[in-house]
Write a protein that binds this ligand. Structure first.
Ligand code: ATP
Length: 514
């Protein structure tokens, strides 16, 4: 199946099974805003708990906060967002559609990479065991030609971004013969900068009101609370502050479902270190964060690091963790070494000293910062797309299954009486009463058992407990496993232990504890 079709299926599956709905749907929706449904919210909450615990339980020097969305407007001046939180946009005059100029070029580069990979794949098949990929890449004329073109475009693109040279950025688009996917033409406008922050007014009278912003990132709430947390928590460097919360960006091109939203949720952690030690911590956090993703067991090959082409002027290192979505490798998390930029800026703009006295060095300094910044919604999408599968069973039937990481599944177990009589429903409810304090359970007695299994597969429930006549005789039930579909007969007395061992978040956390 083409990846585009897979993506469409995932989007409609999310809606049909109560994971994600378009916002304000009965009013025809609101661009790039989504609501999470009854299963979506459980999965989302589990993702947040997994991240929060991985930060605050596994690292005794990382603590959390929850700062307000509204903040003093000068904060956004100090952080650089008022003047420079822009995306370069370009319009196609024929389709009247608007695009991010940098994304057009990035997609073009990705296509060239794909072309090379296809050549390599074809050759690998042709030559079999004798294939030497390095030699092929270094000598094949078609590969070399594409590679030279790619590298030259990439170098021009990176320079144009770094110089904020919008004319040159447009020229790269023209020279690369990039066409609008809708109109198919190259009739492009100039490239302009567009600020992504939403603003509103605070205060009741027009004279007394103040323009404030909906935060475009949660990080600044951490920076302005650095001293509060450090002093009241008696924190010693190195230490981190973690936060989960909503962020808002007026994205120019908001497509691709929950990948790019105008209201979304971030999980950010700022780790404060001694100046000069930032690279060591940058590398440590890169490893830790990749391990967090991989522990979910989706598929290690779907993750990769992507170093930034354009470093913000204050950053001395930055990389993204990308996941292979159905529409290609895309950023899910950013890891940035932000030097002392943010704290110094807040010291300058607030007029308050924002420094740390290091008792070991017996001196004060502005700490350097390593930031890990990840979008909850993008992790959600990576999990759904990495676990969605359509399978043909031995009996010829098909099933759609979400192979969600067990600890994150919205419903942990379903209890299903085989028939609606002979005391089986009552027995099933007794079992739920036994388990519902620890696990989210669902009771279902409607339709054939096969249909009920399919419904649970579709929402990713890892275990189905079936109550039958034998249950009434010997207190045993069958437990069916979502992934293997194997069934085992077990005593009701052992159910709690069996399930709790498998669904425990500890299983994920232990994999990344290093
Ligand atoms: P992109 O280049 O895709 O716009 P970014 O580099 O601007 O993303 P950051 O500012 O580094 O993103 O934000 C950190 C994280 O927040 C991203 O890795 C992503 O997971 C999430 N995020 C950013 N913008 C959005 C959005 N519009 N919708 C959903 N998640 C987002």
């Amino acid at each position: 199946m083409a990846q585009e079709d897979v993506f469409k299926k995932i989007v409609s599956h999310c809606k049909e099974y109560g994971f994600v709905f378009p916002s304000s749907e009965i009013y025809d929706g609101l661009g790039a805003v989504y609501d999470y449904g009854q299963y979506g919210v459980e999965l989302k909450n589990n993702i947040k708990k997994y991240w929060w615990d991985s930060m605050t339980l596994l690292h005794e020097n990382v603590v959390g906060i929850d700062s307000a969305i509204f903040m003093h407007p000068t904060i956004w001046k100090a952080s650089g967002h008022v003047d420079a939180f822009n995306d370069p946009l370009i319009d196609n005059k024929d389709s009247k559609k608007r695009y991010r100029a940098d994304v057009l070029v990035e997609d073009y580069l990705a296509k060239l990479d794909e072309k090379i990979d296809k050549e390599v794949e074809k050759a690998a098949k042709r030559f079999g065991d004798a294939f030497d990929e390095t030699q092929f890449r270094a000598t094949n004329a078609r590969v070399l030609e594409t590679q030279v073109k790619r590298d030259a475009t990439h170098a021009r693109f990176a320079k144009a971004l770094n110089d904020s040279n919008l004319e040159e950025l447009r020229q790269v688009i023209i020279d690369s013969e990039i066409v609008d996917p809708i109109s198919g033409t190259r009739n492009w406008t100039d490239v302009r900068q567009f600020n992504l922050m939403f603003s509103t007014e605070m205060g009741s009278t027009s004279e007394g009101s103040m323009k404030i912003y909906l935060r475009p990132e949660t990080a600044q709430g951490i920076f302005v609370n650095f001293l509060n947390v450090q002093k009241t928590g008696r924190m010693k460097i190195p230490f981190g502050i973690a936060q989960i919360g909503k962020a808002f960006r007026n994205e120019i091109v908001a497509r691709q479902f929950i990948f790019r939203m105008r209201e979304f949720e971030q999980m950010e952690m700022q780790f404060f270190v001694r100046p000069g030690e930032e690279m060591e911590w940058f590398n440590k956090w890169k490893t830790t964060r990749l391990a967090w993703h991989k522990a979910m067991g989706l598929d290690d090959a779907k993750y990769r690091f992507h170093d930034h082409d354009k470093l913000a002027h204050y950053a001395n290192a930055a990389t993204d963790i990308e996941f292979e979505m159905p529409f290609g490798f895309k950023e899910v998390e950013g890891i940035h070494s932000r030097t002392d930029f943010d704290l110094s800026q807040h010291e300058k703009f607030s007029g308050k000293k924002v420094q740390y006295f290091d008792p070991e060095l017996n001196q004060s300094y502005t700490p350097y910062v390593i930031e890990t910044s990840i979008g909850v919604d993008r992790v959600f999408l990576s999990i759904i797309s990495g676990s969605y599968a359509e399978e043909t069973l031995d009996n010829g039937e098909t099933r759609v299954v979400l192979r969600l990481p067990v600890a994150l599944a919205p419903i942990k177990l379903a209890v299903l009486p085989l028939v609606k009589k002979d005391g089986l429903p009552e027995k099933a409810k007794e079992i739920i009463d036994l388990l519902r304090f620890d696990f989210r359970c669902q009771y279902d007695e409607k339709d054939t058992i096969g249909k009920r299994y399919r419904r649970q597969d579709a929402i990713g429930t890892p275990y189905c407990i079936t109550v039958d006549n034998e249950t009434m005789q010997n207190n045993s039930v069958t437990i069916r496993f979502r992934d293997t579909m194997l069934q085992e007969r077990v005593s009701i007395d052992n159910l709690h232990e069996i399930i709790s061992e498998k669904v425990n978040m500890k299983n994920l956390l232990k994999k990344i504890d290093n």
